[in-house]
Design a protein around this ligand. Structure first.
Ligand SMILES: C[S@@+](CC[C@H](N)C(=O)[O-])C[C@H]1O[C@@H](n2cnc3c(N)ncnc32)[C@H](O)[C@@H]1O
Length: 395
């Protein structure tokens, strides 16, 4: 496909996403109906679509148009990249059709990138600027600029299967280039060949797992002693419990309010060479107390919006408030299962204080037998996703 045809495909897919379809689904549907597209084409189109979704607000402003559409976003994105959109929207061959009179007039009247208001230039909903500034301070601008770009891909080396050098060599032999990340001892950043990861032997045999480096760093910061009994209370697919189990020997338990979310956990644990027992909510009291209860709670995911940019635009204050209530409830439930002297760990992939330090302050005000022992905050400027960890010790 020509570069113009790829942009035409992105326009088509973006229109479906703007009409309410999930980006992944729209990309897959398009690829199924477009067998002529090779893997490089699909990767380039995917990049266009995700760039446009991350930079939806600035791209629309740079197009000069009022209503978002695939064409408007791609016109704005091209302008942002310093390309004259009329050279791509040429109507020739498989290129998208010429700019209409209205599109050309809007483009001529559109502001320059330098003239965009802060929230528009940084691609943020207005209401999130103040809380993010409060949290990030002097890093606000650089961190939000980082969030406008594609996130790096990280692997976690499974210490139960091999060390970092083994993993780098095995991956390199399969055409996947990596470099060590400074964020976590077991983290590798993928620099080439990411599309091959899931079919590689290193992945299929459990030597490496896909996991963001900040998540890995948070798990590495947990004080884990060999022989401990630990419950991952919001286990989902098991990313955290598998990372903990790879670090030290212990008895590992996993729970999720929606047990279907743990469906893949047995296969992942087997691949990783660790044992994790799944528990229903009713079975937890029979196994409690635990030395460690981890609550990797549902959150806005504001630290991961590079990967899930649609979520940035759909979040509303009411949804954030509802999440805060759930976060408080989960902490209040989970503390029941921590032994005296044990640890309650709280994690989010959010940058917002209202989901992080404020929840911990609310918890400590309510449960006087816990003290804050450790707190870590990660921003995209550290290299991985935005992430938060608090460890609370029960007296
Ligand atoms: C951020 S995800 C967990 C991700 C997972 N720990 C991982 O590393 O792959 C949050 C999980 O909390 C679960 N959840 C929501 N409400 C819950 C509750 N009241 N008790 C336990 N789990 C809950 C959700 O079903 C979801 O799977």
């Amino acid at each position: 496909m020509t570069p113009e045809a790829r942009i035409g495909a992105a326009v088509e897919i973006l229109d479906r996403v703007l009409a309410g379809e999930a980006a992944e689904r729209a990309l897959t549907t398009w690829a199924r109906g477009s067998r002529f597209a090779g893997s490089r084409d699909r990767a380039a189109i995917r990049d266009h679509v995700y760039d446009a979704l991350r930079r939806r607000r600035s791209a629309l402003a740079l197009s000069g148009q009022a209503a978002p559409s695939g064409r408007a976003l791609m016109i704005g994105l091209l302008r942002d990249a310093g390309t004259d959109p009329t050279t791509i929207f040429s109507g020739q061959g498989y290129a998208p059709a010429h700019l209409t009179g209205d599109e050309a007039a809007a483009l001529a009247a559109a502001p320059s990138a330098a003239a965009l208001p802060e929230a528009v230039a940084l691609d943020l909903p207005d209401w999130l600027v103040a809380p993010l500034k409060a949290r990030l301070g002097a890093d606000f601008h650089a961190a939000m600029e980082a969030m406008r770009h594609r996130a790096p891909i990280f692997l976690r080396v499974n210490a139960a299967r091999g060390d970092r050098d083994d993993a780098m060599a095995a991956l390199a032999a399969e055409g996947i280039a990596t470099r060590p990340s400074v964020l976590a001892a077991g983290a590798l950043e993928v620099t080439d060949g990411a599309a091959r990861i899931k079919s590689s032997q290193a992945y299929l045999t459990g030597l490496v797992e896909l996991q963001d480096a900040a998540s890995q760093a948070a798990v590495e910061a947990l004080p884990l002693q060999a022989g401990l009994r630990a419950l991952d209370y919001c286990a989902g697919g098991g990313g955290k419990v598998l990372a903990m189990a790879a670090r030290v020997r212990g008895s590992w338990f996993a729970h999720d309010a929606d047990s279907r979310r743990m469906a893949d956990l047995p296969a992942r644990a087997e691949r990783a060479g660790v044992a994790v027992r799944r528990l229903t909510t009713a079975a937890i009291p029979g196994e409690a107390p635990f030395d460690l209860v981890l609550t990797d709670v549902p959150c806005t995911g504001s630290g991961t919006w590079r990967r899930t940019p649609q979520a940035k635009w759909t979040l509303r204050p009411e949804r954030l408030a509802a999440l805060n209530r759930t976060q408080d409830e989960i902490l209040a439930e989970a503390q029941n299962f921590v032994r005296p002297g044990g640890l309650l760990a709280y994690m989010t992939c959010s940058l917002l204080d209202s989901e992080n330090a404020e929840r911990i302050a609310a918890f400590l005000a309510r449960f006087a037998d816990f003290t804050l022992e450790l707190e870590r905050r990660f921003s995209p400027l550290d290299g991985g996703d935005g992430f938060y960890l608090a460890c609370l010790r029960r007296r």
